[in-house]
Design a protein around this ligand. Structure first.
Ligand code: HEC
Length: 282
C-alpha cells in the first residue's frame, strides 16, 4: 500500500515536471525571448598564438620585457598591479641593479609615513615594494575615469575567458558602432564618454583606447611597436603576472606523467611476476 502511495506521489511530481517543461518549451517557440544587443553583437576573443600556448609552451622573456614596458609606459597610469612586486621582475630576466633602477624611477611613488610625526608622505619604491597604485582610492580612480574604476590587472587574464586573447582583442578591438547595430537597436547608441568595443561584455567601456598609434613605445630590442605587437606583448606580460609559475607547473606535470607511466610499467611487470606460477600451472 505504502509502495503504491509512494509510486503515485512520484508519478505526480514527474508528471508535473513534464507538463511544466512542455509549457515552457511551447512558450519559448511561440514567443521567443527578445534578442539583446549584447547577444547579437558581442564577439568571442580573436585567435592569437603565444609562445606559452600548449603543454610545452614557454614564456618568451624578450616579449615579457616588451609587455612590461607597455604596462609601465601606458597602462600603469590608470591600472594597479598590486600582487606583483618589483623584485618579481627578476623572472623576466632583469638583474638586481636594473630592478633597483626600475623601482626608483617608477612614476608613481610608494606611500610612506614619517616615523617621527606620523604624517603621510611618499618615497621612491624599492625592489621589495609591490607596484604602487596610481590612485589614492576608488573615489579618486572613478572621478578620473568617467565613473569607472580601472581594475587591478594582476589576475585579469585569469578573470576572463581566454584571458590573454581577450586582452589582446580588447586592445585591438575598438571600432565605431556598426550601422546594423543602430538600425536593429536604436536605443543602444554608445553613451557619451564610453567607447564601443565588441569584445567587452556589454559592448561599451569607459576605457578610451589606450594603444592608438604605432611606435607609442620605443622597444629596446628593435621590435617594431605596432598596435598589434604592443597588444600581444602586454597580454603576454599580464599572463605572466597572473601565472608566474606556469612553466614550473607544466614541468611538474610532465615529470608526474613520466613517473606514472614508469610506475604503471613496474606494476604490470610485478603483476606478471606474482601470477607467473599460477599461469604456468593453468
Ligand atoms: C586613462 C586610463 C586607462 C589607461 C591608460 C588604461 N586603462 Fe584599462 N581601463 C580603464 C578603465 C576606466 C577601465 C574600466 C572600464 C569599464 O569598466 O567600463 C579599464 C578596464 C580595463 C580592462 C578590463 C576590461 C574588463 O573586461 O573588465 C582591461 C583588461 C584593461 N583595462 C587593460 C588595459 C591595458 C592592457 C592598458 C595598457 C595598454 C590599459 N588598460 C590602459 C582605464 C585605463
Amino acid at each position: 500500500m505504502v509502495r503504491i502511495g509512494a509510486f503515485l506521489v512520484g508519478l505526480f511530481f514527474a508528471g508535473w515536471l513534464l507538463i511544466s517543461f512542455l509549457v515552457g518549451a511551447v512558450a519559448y517557440v511561440t514567443d521567443p525571448p527578445a534578442k539583446t544587443v549584447e547577444h547579437e553583437f558581442h564577439q568571442a576573443p580573436k585567435h592569437v598564438s603565444f609562445s606559452f600556448d600548449g603543454p610545452f609552451g614557454k614564456y618568451d622573456r624578450a616579449q615579457l620585457q616588451r609587455g612590461f614596458q607597455v604596462f609601465k609606459e601606458v597602462c600603469s597610469a590608470c591600472h594597479s598591479l598590486h600582487y606583483v612586486a618589483f623584485r618579481d621582475l627578476k623572472a623576466l630576466g632583469y638583474n638586481e641593479a636594473e630592478i633597483k633602477a626600475i623601482a626608483k624611477q617608477w612614476a608613481i611613488k610608494a606611500p610612506d609615513v614619517d616615523p617621527k610625526t606620523g604624517e603621510m608622505s611618499t618615497r621612491d619604491p624599492v625592489p621589495a615594494d609591490y607596484f604602487p597604485k596610481p590612485f589614492a582610492n576608488n573615489v579618486a580612480a572613478a572621478a578620473a575615469n568617467n565613473n569607472a574604476i580601472p581594475p587591478d590587472l594582476s589576475l585579469m587574464t585569469k578573470a576572463r575567458h581566454h584571458g590573454n586573447a581577450y586582452i589582446y582583442s580588447l586592445l585591438t578591438g575598438y571600432q565605431s558602432q556598426p550601422a546594423e547595430l543602430l538600425k536593429a537597436f536604436p536605443d543602444s547608441k554608445t553613451p557619451e564618454g564610453l567607447h564601443y568595443n565588441p569584445y567587452f561584455a556589454n559592448l561599451n567601456l569607459a576605457m578610451a583606447p589606450p594603444l592608438t598609434a604605432d611606435d607609442q613605445v620605443t622597444y629596446g630590442d628593435g621590435t617594431k611597436a605596432t598596435v598589434d605587437q604592443m597588444s600581444q606583448d602586454v597580454a603576454a606580460f599580464l599572463t605572466w603576472t597572473a601565472e608566474p609559475k606556469l612553466e614550473n607547473r607544466r614541468r611538474a606535470g610532465l615529470a608526474t606523467i613520466i613517473f606514472l607511466l614508469i610506475a604503471t610499467g613496474l606494476a604490470y611487470m610485478s603483476y606478471q611476476n606474482i601470477w607467473a606460477d599460477k599461469k604456468k600451472a593453468a
